[in-house]
Write a protein of this length. Structure first.
Lengths: 539, 276, 322
């Protein structure tokens, strides 16, 4: 037995003498730290999280966003929009091949859009395709019409490299919902007739993107290799390794020690140390997301606009942004961020004004009870705050809890994992809900789904005919000027009625080994990953 | 009880003291934040520093003593109560009741208790009440097994037979004689259970299923502090130390009690196979 | 002949008992999950905000059927070795499990082995010097070992050995391209294995100590000593051999705790094992995966108990299988 101990010790000591990993790594590869496995590597089933990091590399979309957040062609070559805005004729790039060598054609595009519209597929973004011809018939609750029986098809293949998209109404943001990563195009020849939800393809994806997946060891890592035939040029890096490390502290120590070379969105408190490290570089930028509190309007107290306004006035977002956010949070006046063309300067951010909050609550009939918590008709103003355990939102929630306590509103914070959180969100089972929305490049998709009467994501019961009208008109209006005016009025109404109180827009930052050049920020979730195909190692 | 047992008792005593007097001694309320003074190192103003929300760690530790003790003792009390009940019933009535109850303990004992706790908390939500209930209900089988064994062993002993001959009712016999004999060992186990329950609570917090904020359970403080290990060592270190010392205390106490109360030194007797 | 028949009958009875037990486990878990507010479909459709999709998914996974029907279908599949598909990604549950089995076995077996290798000599040493300083020190070490929250210990080890000293890697199994490099694998395994072993060795050491104390008091040990057999031989050849039964029991009993404890270790060290899969599944309410893992773990525990009983007959010929 003691001999065995000796061997184990010898092995251990031998191990200790070796240099740290990363010291002898091949320079043309990069190891990136991610927190969990992606689910399915299939753009139609895209749900977010680490799928962002992967899908961007493996799949191409018809379009991608430029640095100005305007769509530009990738697999598309040109677009022609009909005068009525109802048909989009898209000419596709020729000579593009899938990772398996088969040619990419218009059939693949038609197949992908058809699968997005197919209600059997677990697509979370299907509502983005609402404008397509056939959408209501395909997804009708009673007797849905099968695709082949549609009198007019949403997508037509005109020739090998041309498709036509047919819409029910002019939909201005169309191109922005066809961008990477959720707009990735699937290979028809590998998936036709398969159940997309369970296809083996989802863990062995084939795309047309700059990298192809060569290994996926679940819970451990994913390995991507450069696509030598990539239609926009072979990426400089030979290999990308996505190492799965659930603990943020461990990810940070790995970054510092060189075990990984790239980390997206480390905790803001870690930034000073990263900036001090001469081996590391950081990249910052604005993002279209927003973090805010949704009010459940069916709650008797929250049905009163004055209570919602009071809560907004009682929250000191400035302090939260400067302390918890260390300044990497952007002031908000509503869900539309300042880097959007639709941002309005007419609406001023809600100031921190606890006195006004107290006045409003008094006007609404609340008086202080024995323990300082406000009451009305014997009912205490005690609210639950459902929060996703994401970023530092639980801290933000705790800060809000404390600030609301100061004006007599009692809040109990309930942190939940994303799955449980979204279950509560979907069912409307909350009083207050801290929502971390990725936002959308065009104001339409996110705001329509959250605030338009009857939309599935409108779970707080907000319904205002004027807002419905504004949102309806804004999605179809021809010019951006027209749309901008409509959204400005929309934000004004939201600011007054407060179905939501948007707290801030979370900025993005990335930390990486400074010998890697070419990372570019893009103001959407994980947008930096779009530039990976141009990143090179340059000591 | 030896020196180790007494040192355990001392640590546990300190915890009880902190739980009793902590809120009175604490310089601040456990929830009081000062966002402008976050992540401050220990100083004269904040002896143990401040956490990510600028809360005084010493104050939170003192308030948290009561919560952590309540969770540990509450869960243990529940586990022991259910365990004694089930074990006594099984041992006393034997036959079918015994078989069914023992099968149930078998089922519980082949699921890692931590998994069971995790599943139930994930399903029903995290709260102090749920945490206590779940830890208590996941850890009753060992006590039940033990008590059953004791009851079976004592059942045939002359003094129990004598009591019955004198007309004592079934329950009185159970309560009066059998349990009194089994109690020392149950207490020993209970001490070790409290230690374990406090560790389980911290594991729950680590996996994001701990008590909701701003409650200062030590497990929640430790789990929260691990985010700041590279920015502020004190945030995780003090609650970690507190947990370590208290768990150590209960373990030492349990060990001491075992040596003092159980002359056999509990070399485990050969267990019957789980399904035999 | 009768002996063989008896043995076969015994084994059959044991197997039947195990089957009943596993069925009990599955019923218990299925029941808990369906008591959840919202039921199991909450996760499956939770992020799909389109009612048409939600309905279609419920249909595809048979979640509209009554719960007993769902259980029967699950059980029928499980009996055929089909544990269904993960709610999370629609892939076969068994595929997920097969991918994690290797790393899990490696860590669990190595952790257990290391724990035994440390615990048994420590327990023997403590017993041999009962009541003296060595005993006190060893006993203290045992108790300190179980008093650490293991995830904290793991993180501290990473900070010390990986971050500060830079001696050992903190995450993963092996760097890319070096999967077959034994040394790399050992280096990556050291911290997680040590953490796991540290949390488990105490119970084993404690049992070793007390059973050794027991054995050392027996006549045959004194006889051996009187015959002039060396101290080490007495301890290891005579006393330990007889004291092994409780030790084996302790090892067997520590298995569920070992598997449970590995959950935390694996999370900290980014070890792609079953425990991590189980936690992810629990947090995301991926019920088919939870059911399968729990069942496998339960089966492993039941089997380990059975093997423990078999080992009894080997270490102590006086005990026969009933």
């Amino acid at each position: 037995m003691s001999r065995l101990v000796g061997i184990a010790l010898a092995l251990a000591l031998l191990g200790l003498g070796l240099p740290a990993p990363g010291a002898a790594q091949a320079p043309r590869q990069i190891v990136m730290g991610i927190e969990t496995d992606p689910r399915s590597l299939n753009p139609v089933l895209f749900r977010g999280g680490t799928e962002f990091d992967l899908l961007w590399q493996i799949f191409d979309s018809l379009f991608e966003l430029g640095p100005d957040l305007v769509p530009r062609p990738v697999l598309a070559e040109s677009v022609q929009v009909s005068r009525d805005g109802l048909t989009y004729t898209i000419r596709l790039k020729a000579g593009v091949t899938w990772h398996d060598g088969k040619p990419f054609t218009a059939e693949d595009v038609a197949f992908t859009i058809r699968e997005h519209l197919n209600p059997a597929n677990a697509s979370s973004w299907r509502s983005n395709f609402h404008a397509f011809v056939g959408f209501p018939e395909l997804t009708a609750k009673e007797n849905p019409v099968p695709y082949d029986a549609l009198p007019k098809k949403p997508v037509e293949v005109l020739d090998r490299h041309t498709v036509r998209l047919n819409l029910r109404y002019p939909y201005a943001p169309l191109l922005t919902v066809l961008v990477s990563p959720q707009g990735g195009i699937l290979p028809k020849h590998l998936l036709e007739g398969k159940n997309l939800n369970t296809a083996e393809f989802n863990r062995k994806p084939i795309g047309t993107g700059p990298f192809r997946l060569v290994e996926w060891r679940r819970g451990d890592r994913l390995v991507l290799e450069a696509n030598p035939d990539y239609h926009r040029g072979r990426p400089p890096l030979d290999r990308v390794i996505m190492q799965i490390i659930p603990e943020m502290t461990v990810r940070l120590t790995q970054l510092e020690s060189g075990g990984i070379q790239f980390l997206r969105s480390p905790a803001p408190d870690a930034i000073p140390a990263i900036r001090k490290n001469p081996r590391l570089s950081t990249l910052f930028g604005e993002d279209v997301n927003f973090r805010g509190i949704l009010f459940q309007l069916k709650h008797p107290a929250l049905a009163d606009k004055r209570v919602r306004q009071a809560i907004a006035f009682a929250i000191d977002t400035k302090t939260i942004r400067e302390t918890l956010g260390r300044g990497y949070m952007t002031e908000a006046n509503g869900p539309i961020p300042p880097n959007s063309w639709a941002y309005t300067t007419k609406v001023k951010p809600t100031p921190y004004d606890p006195e006004r909050a107290r006045r409003l609550l008094a006007e609404a009939g609340y008086t202080a009870g024995r323990d300082g918590v406000l009451e009305k008709d014997g009912r205490r103003l005690s609210l639950g705050l459902v929060v996703e355990a994401y970023e530092n939102l639980v801290d933000v929630a705790a800060a809000i809890q404390q600030q609301l306590k100061a004006v007599g509103v009692q809040v109990s914070v309930e942190p939940l994992e994303f799955g449980a959180w979204s279950d509560r969100f979907m069912k409307g089972a909350y009083d207050l809900l801290l929502i971390a929305s990725a936002g959308s490049v065009d104001p339409d998709p996110i705001n329509y789904s959250l605030f338009r009467t009857g939309q599935p994501r409108n779970t707080n019961g907000y319904s205002n005919p004027r807002v419905d009208d504004l949102l309806d008109r804004a999605r179809s209006a021809r010019t951006q000027t027209e749309r901008k005016a409509l959204y400005a009025e929309f934000v004004e109404i939201l600011d007054d009625e407060k179905p939501i109180h948007v707290l801030y827009h979370q900025q993005r930052w990335y930390a990486f080994d400074r010998r890697y050049k070419g990372f570019e920020h893009l103001g959407v979730s994980a947008g930096v990953l779009q530039s990976l195909r141009r990143v090179r190692f340059q000591p | 009880m030896g020196a180790r047992g007494w040192s355990g008792a001392l640590l546990v005593g300190l915890l009880v003291l902190a739980a009793a007097a902590g809120p009175a001694l604490a310089p601040q309320d456990y929830a009081e934040q000062d966002l402008t003074r976050r992540l401050e190192a220990p100083s004269a103003a904040h002896w143990l520093g401040t956490d990510g929300l600028g809360r005084d760690i010493l104050s939170r530790l003192l308030f948290g003593a009561r919560l952590s003790l309540a969770i540990g003792v509450g869960a243990t009390a529940l586990a022991v109560a259910v365990g004694i009940g089930a074990g006594a019933i099984a041992g006393y009535f034997r036959g079918r009741v015994d078989r069914v109850l023992m099968r149930i303990t078998d089922v519980f004992m082949c699921i890692p208790a931590l998994f069971l706790v995790l599943i139930v908390v994930a399903v029903f939500g995290a709260s102090v009440r749920n945490t206590v209930l779940v830890i208590g209900l996941a850890y009753w089988p060992p006590t039940a097994r033990f008590v059953r064994g004791e009851v079976l062993a004592l059942r045939g002993q002359p003094f129990v037979e004598a009591a019955r001959a004198l007309g004592a009712a079934d329950l009185r016999i159970l309560g009066g004689h059998v349990l009194r004999n089994a109690m020392p060992i149950v207490l020993t186990q209970a001490s070790l259970f409290v230690a374990n329950a406090i560790l389980v609570e911290s594991a729950l917090s680590f996996l994001g299923l701990g008590v909701p904020p701003p409650l200062p359970s030590w497990g929640a403080m430790l789990a929260d502090g691990r985010r700041f290990l590279l920015q502020g060592w004190w945030i995780a270190t003090f609650p970690g130390l507190a947990i370590f010392l208290v768990v150590l205390g209960f373990n030492l106490l349990g060990d001491g009690l075992r040596e003092a109360l159980d002359p056999r030194l509990t070399a485990p007797r050969r267990r019957r196979g789980v399904a035999a | 002949m009768t002996r063989a028949v008896l043995r076969i009958r015994y084994l059959a009875a044991r197997a039947a008992g195990m089957a009943v037990l596993l069925a009990g486990v599955s019923v218990l878990l299925f029941a808990i999950m369906h008591m959840a507010p919202g039921g199991p479909e909450a996760m499956l459709v939770g992020e799909t905000f389109d009612p048409a999709v939600a309905e279609s998914l419920r249909r595809q996974y048979g979640l509209d059927d009554p719960i007993p029907v769902q259980y029967a279908r699950w059980a029928a599949g499980a009996l055929k070795g089909d544990f269904g598909r993960s709610f999370r990604d629609g892939q076969p549950v068994l595929l997920h499990i097969r991918e994690r089995l290797g790393p899990t076995l490696q860590l669990t077996v190595a952790g257990l082995l290391l724990a035994v290798l440390v615990a048994v000599p420590l327990g023997v040493a403590a017993a041999a010097r009962h009541g003296r300083a060595t005993d006190s020190l060893a006993s203290a070490a045992m108790i300190v070992g179980v008093s650490f929250p293991s995830f904290w210990l793991g993180i501290l080890l990473i900070l010390g050995f990986s971050s500060l000293l830079g001696w050992l890697p903190a995450a993963g199994i092996a760097p890319y391209g070096l999967e077959d490099d034994l040394l790399e694998r050992v280096r990556h395994a050291i911290l997680p294995t040590a953490t796991l072993a540290l949390t488990q060795f105490a119970a084993i050491a404690r049992f070793t100590r007390s059973s050794m104390l027991d054995a050392l008091g027996h006549d045959y040990v004194r006889t051996a000593e009187a015959k002039g057999v060396g101290r080490g031989a007495v301890l290891y050849r005579h006393a330990l051999r007889n004291g092994l039964i409780p030790i084996v029991t302790a090892v067997g009993l520590s298995l569920p705790a070992l598997i449970g404890g590995a959950v935390l270790t694996k999370t900290v060290f980014a070890w792609p094992g079953l425990g991590r899969l189980a936690v992810d599944a629990i947090l995301e309410r991926d019920y088919p995966v939870i059911m399968a893992i729990e069942l496998i773990v339960a089966a492993a525990v039941v089997l380990a108990n059975f093997l423990t009983d078999v080992v009894y007959t080997l270490v102590d010929p006086r005990i026969t299988l009933e």
